[in-house]
Design a protein around this ligand. Structure first.
Ligand SMILES: Nc1ncnc2c1ncn2[C@@H]1O[C@H](COP(=O)(O)OP(=O)(O)OP(=O)(O)O)[C@@H](O)[C@H]1O
Length: 257
């Protein structure tokens, strides 16, 4: 079967400010199938964001290989959407202009269909009434919704999301998780989702990659057998609660290598 994302023997070393090497990732192998939803969880600093930067081409590996659609990744690709922890909006543009900005940046113009799609996405994230506001007139959570809408504008095949809901309040966070499931259902994509929330990972994912602390390695890959479509009832499913407990134990207990 063709993989959409292949990470083979991936090692990433950085140089810290005092010049000493920091091994962020060591020997990471991971293969994602088409339209799979995979979450990465693990302790702070275990290299989750580094994996997303490597897949996106924002960073090149110290050793090992990153392939997307079987092509080595050598630079950022157009068919990958990115959502970061922070919204990264341009403060001088309106909300609507921020969403269509990637099109203006790439093609020098924004077509009426881009604008219509941006408006659709704004409605989806509940911000139709804010399309002409500037980002600093919105709350942090609202700004993050705008950046999620922006990442979806060109309907990318791959979506890389780095704790996209961590800035949102708990209710909005649940709502956004279900919205993301709905979007993913309607327009399937291969998603790599970084989160610190075991519940969020379980609710969303086909597989959960549990990473170990520095140097970051893949400690376990867990299949999530919960039926789709998932909804509020999923959260009360005994399989969900049992798996959440098991993963919590796995993440928080120190296991000797
Ligand atoms: N540009 C860099 N220069 C030096 N060290 C870096 C750089 N980028 C990341 N690191 C280090 O690599 C390690 C992995 O960082 P990364 O941000 O990928 O972890 P993470 O699992 O996403 O963390 P968190 O959950 O806290 O967001 C950390 O020790 C970090 O300090």
């Amino acid at each position: 079967m063709q993989h959409v994302i292949d990470l083979d023997a991936l090692t990433q070393t950085f140089r810290s400010s005092d010049g000493s090497p920091v091994t962020a990732l060591q020997g990471v192998d991971l293969h994602l199938r088409r339209h799979e939803f995979v979450s990465l969880i693990g302790p702070s600093g275990c290299g989750k964001s580094t994996i997303l930067r490597l897949i996106s081409g924002l960073l090149l590996p110290s050793s090992g290989a990153v392939r997307v659609f079987e092509q080595p990744v050598t630079e950022p690709r157009d068919d990958i959407g990115l959502v970061f922890q922070k919204p990264t909006l341009l403060p001088w543009l309106s909300v609507l202009e921020n969403i269509t900005f990637p099109m203006r940046h790439k093609y020098g113009r924004v077509s009426p269909s881009d604008t219509a799609r941006a408006q659709e996405l704004l409605a989806m994230v509940g911000l139709s009434d804010f399309s002409h506001k500037r980002p600093d007139e919105l709350s942090g959570g609202m700004q993050q919704r705008v950046s999620i809408a922006r990442s979806l504008l060109h309907d990318p095949d791959i979506l890389l999301m780095d704790e996209p809901f961590s800035a949102l309040d708990a209710l909005t966070r649940d709502e956004m998780s279900f919205e993301l499931l709905r979007i993913w259902n309607e327009r399937p994509k291969t998603v790599v989702f970084v989160t610190h929330s075991i519940q969020e990972a379980l609710l969303l994912s086909d597989r959960i990659v549990v990473m170990s602390a520095r140097p970051g390695r893949v400690a376990d890959i867990i299949d999530v057998p919960l039926e789709r479509p998932r909804n509020l009832a999923t959260l009360a499913d005994p399989v969900f609660t049992r798996m959440a407990n098991d993963i919590r134990v796995q993440v928080f207990s120190r296991k000797p290598d």
